[in-house]
Design a protein around this ligand. Structure first.
Ligand SMILES: CC(C)(COP(=O)(O)OP(=O)(O)OC[C@H]1O[C@@H](n2cnc3c(N)ncnc32)[C@H](O)[C@@H]1OP(=O)(O)O)[C@@H](O)C(=O)NCCC(=O)NCCS
Length: 332
């Protein structure tokens, strides 16, 4: 049983994506693929690619500035910054430290977390628990990744899927009954090899051989990840809903990880949700990893789809393998 002093939830969200657009037509010139294959198998039409001088902390800080403005919070008021990423600027210092510097958030503690595409929901859960406990008052949760830097642009089975971006949320105390109602976070570490970056860590440091064997790029067994995703999206959403005494019918807006339209559609059907409750922008950005859910959440909110007191469900899966879902009642 957790000790909860007060309710906590999202005060404001923000997103940042690079300017450069890479379309399916562009990819047709790079690898043996087609717009038709990519569209029918994934739903993706285009994605954003970071400029050479753009790093994860740049996108993360830009997304954070938008969220701070939306929330009406000054950077100096933040007391904790959590950045979920698998593509930090450098191994250390943490990307959260770089974001702190860029924002001028001198009073914030900082750390990164690594939970793949589930990372933002993990970060949101930690941010909310920190505020609920009374230990922290204004927490920034960011999901940011530049997967284009670890994508093998000669591998058609992965390079068509990913894009770059960042999304963020400022978390603070909210009125009782609003904010985060329940979460379900989990991992299946034994399946970690299904989606991994093999070299560059302590197990296999960078060497001429690891570069030669292309081990600094994403290695994925796509169909196995697909099966896991379809199963877990429905299961974890049901688990979170049960924790707050709700069912799928109570969901007003469903914001899933934007990896593949077919995975989203399978999850929607398993939960019996009507199409109009599901927010989809995978066609515009592809899979932006930890940024996917907060980017979708921000677009859903700014487009007027999410209103005060709506029940919003966030659900993701990713490297780990991990999963995470959250049920929120929107508003402060
Ligand atoms: C990657 C994914 C789109 C592949 O779709 P799929 O229907 O499983 O396709 P398969 O991998 O079975 O490949 C089918 C065929 O298409 C081919 N193919 C793969 N990528 C292709 C591409 N970009 N263009 C054209 N053909 C392609 C394959 O070589 C294979 O050909 P073959 O039948 O001659 O061997 C799908 O498995 C997926 O989305 N998985 C989840 C990945 C994910 O979300 N990862 C991130 C987790 S956060």
């Amino acid at each position: 049983m957790t000790r909860k002093l007060r309710a906590a939830g999202i005060w404001g969200t923000g997103l940042a994506v690079p300017e450069r657009v890479l379309t399916n037509a562009d990819l047709e010139k790079m690898v043996d693929t087609s717009d038709e294959w990519i569209t029918t198998r994934t739903g993706i039409k285009e994605r954003r690619i970071a400029a050479d001088d753009e790093a994860t902390s740049d996108l993360a800080a830009a997304a954070a500035r938008h969220a701070l403005t939306e929330a009406g919070v000054r950077a100096e008021e933040l007391d904790l910054i959590i950045v979920a990423t698998v593509t930090p600027d450098v191994s250390f210092p943490a990307t959260a430290c770089l974001v702190q510097m860029k924002l001028g958030a001198a009073n914030a503690a900082t750390f990164d977390l690594s939970a793949g595409c589930s990372g933002f929901v993990y970060a949101l859960d930690m941010a909310v628990r920190a505020v609920e406990s009374g230990a922290y008052n204004r927490v920034l949760a960011v999901g940011a990744d530049i997967l284009s830097r670890i994508t093998d642009w000669t591998d058609r089975s992965t390079c068509v899927l990913f894009g770059d971006g960042a999304g963020s949320a400022v978390v603070g105390p909210v009125s009782e009954g609003r904010g985060l109602l329940a979460t379900d976070l989990g991992a299946e570490g034994a399946s970690g090899h299904l989606l991994t970056l093999p070299a560059g860590g302590s197990r296999k440091p960078a060497s001429a051989e690891t570069i030669q064997s292309r081990e600094h790029f994403i290695l994925m067994q796509g169909n196995e990840v697909f099966k896991f995703a379809v199963r877990i999206m429905g299961e974890t959403t049901q688990t979170s809903l049960k924790k707050c005494g709700m069912g799928p019918d109570d969901i007003d807006v469903f914001v899933p990880h934007q990896a593949n339209i077919r995975i989203i559609e399978a999850a929607r059907k398993r939960l019996g949700l009507p199409e109009e409750k599901v927010f989809i922008n995978v066609q515009s950005y592809g899979n932006t990893s930890a940024a996917s859910i907060p980017i979708a959440l921000d677009e859903a909110f700014r487009s007027g789809k999410i209103k005060d007191d709506d029940i919003v469900a966030l659900v993701g899966f990713g490297a780990g393998l991990t999963w995470a879902s959250a049920i929120l009642r929107w508003g402060r």
